[in-house]
Every structure is written in structure tokens, then in C-alpha cells.
Design a protein around this ligand. Structure first.
Ligand code: SME
Length: 166
């Protein structure tokens, strides 16, 4: 129990330090691909328990792979399918402690054990998701949810293209 508390405190401190750094990195850049790439890289290099982190963007009613860090991944995911498509359908963040127990989970990497997917909300619609995988079970909790949602909310205008703003 104590170990979990210490890990959560360290995790929270890392997010608190990272978010202002990311905001300053994006401040003078308007290109959405550059910005998504730097968000993915910043997260991957900060958190050792992230095995894959990246964006899927909603295009013509399906999710299409965007900038990411990690192994090769599925290019397209249908709305309502997998964790990513379910997060879009429900318009809410989904934490999956054990991917084997999530019906319809899409394996891009057979080593993936747990996952969190945060929708990118804009004007009551969804522009895409931020997806994070871990090679260990139960890697994500309410701290990841709180700070990843905060990061996405604060950077939405910097990561969605004009044609995706509706
Ligand atoms: N596991 C995801 C698919 C994307 S990869 O994890 C990068 C899902 O079930 O939607």
C-alpha cells in the first residue's frame, strides 16, 4: 500500500513538472503535427511505464493513427471498437487495468497489459484520442486520468486542425 502511495506521489510530481514544460514547448508553434509529436515524445521520455503513447484522430468517422512514440501500431480503428473507439463513443476517458479483460480490446502490441485513452473534446464533439499503453498491468490510475485530461484540455487548440474544428 505504501509503495503504491509513493509511486502515485512521484507520478503526480512528474505530471506537474511536465505540463508547463509542454505548454512552453508548444507556445510558439502552430503546426498540429509538430505539436502532437512533441507531446508524445515528452510523455514517453518522462514516464518509464509508458510503452506506447500517441494520437488517433477522427477523420471521416474513423480513427486514424497520428504522431506517436513506440512500436508500429494499427492505422485505423472504427468508432465503438477497441478501447480507443469506445472512448470516442462514450466521450469519456477509459482506464483499462488489464487489457485481457476488456472485450474487443485491439492488440497492436502483444506485450501491452494496461491502457488509458483520453478523448480530445472540442465544441461538444470528439476530434480524436490520446492513447497510452503499458507493458505492465494496472499502470494507470486517477492521477494519470486527471493530468492527461488536463494536458489535452490545455493543448486542444494546438493539436487539432482547422478542418477538425467544428
Ligand atoms: N489497444 C487500442 C489500439 C491502439 S494501440 O494500443 C496503439 C484499442 O484497443 O483501441
Amino acid at each position: 500500500m505504501e509503495v503504491i502511495t509513493i509511486q502515485s506521489t512521484i507520478k503526480e510530481e512528474q505530471y506537474k513538472e511536465l505540463i508547463p514544460q509542454v505548454l512552453s514547448l508548444l507556445e510558439t508553434e502552430s503546426d498540429v503535427v509538430a505539436n502532437m509529436s512533441n507531446i508524445a515524445a515528452s510523455l514517453k521520455q518522462t514516464f518509464s511505464y509508458y510503452s506506447w503513447v500517441g494520437f488517433y484522430l477522427l477523420k471521416n468517422n474513423e480513427l486514424v493513427l497520428g504522431p506517436f512514440q513506440g512500436k508500429v501500431a494499427c492505422s485505423r480503428i472504427q468508432i465503438g471498437k477497441g478501447v480507443c473507439g469506445t472512448a470516442v463513443k462514450k466521450k469519456e476517458t477509459i482506464i483499462v487495468p488489464n487489457v485481457e479483460q476488456f472485450p474487443g480490446h485491439i492488440y497492436c502490441d502483444s506485450n501491452s497489459k494496461s491502457e488509458i485513452v483520453v478523448p480530445i473534446k472540442y465544441n461538444n464533439s470528439i476530434a480524436g484520442v490520446l492513447d497510452v499503453d503499458s507493458d505492465e498491468y494496472d499502470s494507470f490510475n486517477e492521477i494519470d486520468k486527471f493530468y492527461l485530461e488536463k494536458l489535452i484540455t490545455l493543448t486542444t487548440e494546438k493539436i487539432i486542425s482547422l478542418n477538425e474544428k467544428n
